[in-house]
Ligand binder design. Structure first.
Ligand SMILES: [Zn+2]
Length: 84
């Protein structure tokens, strides 16, 4: 299942430093390339940093059942990093 989310991002260009929103596809990628619509500076957002995995262990008769739920915890705005 794909998950998209609209996030506020902070441009890392110190001459710009503006906040812009982008709809990002979150699933299946550790980092995303983004581009500031104001100054055109492109950078990356490291998604894995904000991924939260909760382990749920359910104990039943006959054993344990493990499952994990995945969620996201983003700061607002999300910092954009310089491209490597
Ligand atoms: Zn910018």
């Amino acid at each position: 299942m794909s998950e998209t989310r609209r996030l506020p991002l902070r441009c890392y260009n110190s001459d710009c430093n503006r906040i812009y929103e982008l709809t990002l596809e979150l699933e299946g990628q550790p980092r995303l390339r983004v581009q500031c619509p104001y100054c055109g500076t492109s950078g990356t957002v490291t998604l894995n940093r904000y991924r939260i995995i909760r382990d749920n262990t359910i104990t039943r008769s006959g054993g344990e059942e493990k499952s994990s739920t995945e969620g996201w915890s983003f700061p607002s705005p999300v910092p954009v990093e310089a491209e490597e």
